[in-house]
Design a protein around this ligand. Structure first.
Ligand code: BGC
Ligand code: ZN
Length: 367
């Protein structure tokens, strides 16, 4: 079958190649699920992998099949699979378990191992191919009615995890009633986080660096999220006017902003950090003030990476709710379809050079 791969360690090595088609028998105990890939989204991580800043090939191979944001349809299942059947629309989780305590109970997104396994990213092949095979434990059913937007499942799961982590932590407060949330960054993840927070009934303010007219600002307003441009109003100024924020969801990866967020976070508030920063930036911060504010305000900051199947399942439910509450909104995030695996170079190019890009994705096969 055809697959889009890179040679990890070699910059700009993305290419189309012929690889063996996976088979059901590859999975032990009759538990294989063969999935025909329909759509695969790409994001900054794919860009970094192609730039050889990140990513590793599975042991024994010198190439890595790209793609971690998958959507597909079950083609065949092994004799011991009861959870799924041919024809089901599905998305797959990205990480696979290592050996820590957390990995052993399904919380592989919380691994304490130094090595982690992620399909399409680290040590495991991804989904940007015609087919993949996996165990049903890592495959989540997506309702047929969501098929048009099913490729958003993976980024949604990442936002879900960050928000659920915040609520879990805040059970310490017994009576926590968050009112105001801030979302930093208005790319795909920020837009989805804004949506999920709106579905939970919060007043949401999103911050971006782009001046209006800005498509993402309009999209946010359609779901009742206030958009502010940080060039016009800083986070600190804005939180005096519209805050304080009980939850801040940081999705920009601009690390100095993390410390500004720590400062403006409400008393008893929670700051969720979800953006991976590859760089080595240094910043001067008001350390005493931040520390004092955290202590006197009982504040929390939490990092959140990846997502296990619980968050994919929650994601599927919330995407359904979103379709009911804001019909047609999710589809507007799918701005840049790229037809066919053969167009792999256009895929990554669109990500960097496209105009008004929200989600770039490959249409591997028709829905
Ligand atoms: C993916 C996550 C992954 C993270 C770190 C992100 O782009 O969406 O699933 O855990 O990169 O590799
Ligand atoms: Zn990603």
């Amino acid at each position: 079958m055809k697959a889009v791969a890179v040679i990890p360690g070699k910059p700009n090595s993305v290419h189309l190649r012929e690889v063996p088609t996976p088979t059901l028998e590859q999975v032990a105990n009759g538990r294989g699920v063969l999935v025909k890939v329909l759509r695969v989204g790409v994001d900054g991580t794919d860009k970094e992998i192609n730039a050889a800043e990140y990513g590793a090939a599975p042991p024994g191979d010198d190439y890595l099949i790209l793609g971690h944001e998958s959507f597909g349809r079950v083609e065949a299942v092994g004799p011991k699979v009861t959870e799924l059947k041919p024809g089901d629309y599905v998305a797959a989780t990205v990480r696979r378990p290592g050996s820590s305590l957390y990995d052993r109970v399904g919380l592989y997104d919380m691994t304490t191992d130094d090595t982690y396994f992620e399909r399409g990213i680290n040590l495991r092949h991804g989904f940007l191919a015609q087919y993949y095979v996996d165990e049903p434990d890592y495959i989540i059913r997506v309702p047929d009615k969501l098929k048009q937007v099913g490729v958003l499942m993976e980024p949604t799961s990442v936002a879900e995890k960050g928000i659920v982590q915040a609520y879990e932590i805040q059970r310490r407060l017994r009576v926590w009633q968050p009112r105001r949330a801030a979302v930093l960054g208005t790319g795909t993840l920020g837009l989805i986080a804004g949506l999920l927070l709106r579905l939970r009934g919060l007043e949401v303010t999103a911050f971006g660096r782009t001046r209006r007219p800005y498509k993402n600002a309009e999209l946010l307003e359609e779901i009742g999220v206030r958009y502010l441009n940080t060039a016009e109003l800083s986070l600190t100024e804005a939180s005096k006017k519209y805050g304080p924020f009980d939850i801040i969801f940081e999705g920009t990866g601009f690390s100095p902003l993390v410390f500004e967020a720590m400062e403006v976070l409400a008393k008893n508030g929670v700051l969720v950090l979800v953006s991976v920063t590859g760089g080595d930036r240094k910043a001067e911060v008001p350390a005493d003030k931040i520390n004092l504010g955290f202590v006197l305000g009982n504040k929390v900051a939490v990092g959140s990476v990846n997502a296990n199947r619980e968050y994919f399942e929650l994601g599927a439910k919330d995407l359904c709710q979103a379709e009911l509450q804001y019909p047609g909104w999710l589809a507007k995030l799918l701005t840049h379809p790229v037809r066919g695996l053969e167009s792999f170079s256009e895929l990554l190019k669109t990500l960097t050079e496209g105009k008004d890009v929200i989600k770039v994705f490959c249409e591997v096969a028709p829905l």
